[in-house]
Structure formats: C-alpha cells, structure tokens
Design a protein around this ligand. Sequence first.
Ligand code: ADP
Ligand code: MG
Length: 233
Amino acid sequence: MTGRPNGGHAHDAIVAEELHRTYGRAPTAVHALRGVSLTVPRGRLTVVQGASGSGKTTLLNLLGGLDAPDSGRILLDGVDVCGLDENGLVALRRERIGFVFQTFGLIPILTAAENVGLPLRLRRAPVGERDERVAQLLALVGLSDHARQRPDELSGGQQQRVAIARAVANRPQLIIADEPTGRLDAETALGVMELLRAIVTAENVTALISTHDPRLLDFADEVLHLRDGRLHS
Ligand code: ADP
Ligand code: MG
C-alpha cells in the first residue's frame, strides 16, 4: 500500500514518490510534506487520516494537480502530473478528477439540479443527456425531491450530497475529497461517508478522502496515517 519506492502497478490510480512541499522560507518555513510516497489502488476508497496541520490538504492538492510539489513525482493513471503545463493540468482536473471540499463550494444562485449539471454544461453535453444524468445523480444521493432548491435552502449534509453528485457528474476516474465531513455533525458525517462508500461501488470510481476523524476509518478499504508531513502505517 505505502512506500513502494519503485512505483506501483497498472491497477494503481495514483502513485506518488518522495513528495516534499515547503511553504515560505527560512527561518519561518513550514515543511508541510517531508517525503511522502504512496499508492492508491483503483476502484477502492482510501482514507488519509491525520490531525489538523498534518499535511492532508497539501497532499490532496498535490495529488489533484491543484498545487505542485517542490520535489517528487506523481503519476495519475500513469500520467506524470508534474510534466503537464497549466492547460494540461486544467484538462486533467476537469476530465479525470471530481473534487469535494469541506465547505461544499456550491454556486449559491443555482438550484441543486443546476449545480449537479454544471460540469455537464461546461463540456456542452446535450440537454437530454444532461437532464437524465442529473436526475440519476440526485436519486443516487437521495435528493430527488430537492432538485429545485438552492444551497441556502438545504442543510449542510444535503449541500455536501449535491457537491458529491456534482463531483461525479462527468464520470471522473478519481474523487478527491478533502475533509468532506469536517463541517458536519457526527451523524450527518456518517451518512455522507456511507454515500461516498456507495458511490465508489455504484460509479466504479476511485476515492481518496481525508479526515481528522478516526471514526470514519471503518468506511475505508485502505488507510494512510499522516503525521507532521510523513506517512505512518
Ligand atoms: P491539514 O489539511 O492536515 O490541516 P495542511 O496541509 O493544511 O494540513 O497544512 C500543513 C502545514 O502547512 C500546517 O502547518 C499549515 O499551517 C501549513 N500551511 C498550509 N498551507 C499553507 C500556506 N499556504 N502557507 C503557509 N503555511 C501553510
Ligand atoms: Mg486541511
């Protein structure tokens, strides 16, 4: 699972080698990642667990092509992310990855259905296909009856369900979710993890999810423990 230094296998969705990321410079530099190597197997749910400040967001941002490491290597489905230019990164993020964030990130003036359909609209999917996929996704996340409500008319848990539906709308190979339950109460958090678990199966997708909450580890196929910028098994 971790520390396979010579790269992973063809079935690995992500292979990362010796990732380092430092913010700022001496004497106030923060070493957020201090040599992280990992593999994320395809079609499974992998959880990165670590306390606040352990480097979870930094790691997920690097793996999703939202930020670049100071050194190290990242392969997403065999593609060397660090070798891509900005256009390549934009295309990678849009076509292959669905992001879910702690703060949901929905567009406030759009309804639940419109938020879910946005990625399909951006790639100019035909309206009929879009409507069908949106209806399917709203049903999958249990919000068919809330399609026309705006984010401020939905609970936190419902908003995160909309965000998850939106993240998988374009059938990405990978879901990256950074503390998706961080703003939710304990019971709602369990429901959202159950949903992510179900989506990995229903959509045949790989998921990489960070949390500081050890109670959510039961949902994982694989667990990576991050502490002070290093992985511990
Ligand atoms: P986590 O998501 O586990 O809370 P982060 O990856 O956000 O951890 O942060 C890891 C460390 O890097 C922390 O010490 C944090 O304060 C620091 N850090 C994160 N982002 C920045 C930044 N943009 N500038 C400076 N320090 C940062
Ligand atoms: Mg974080």
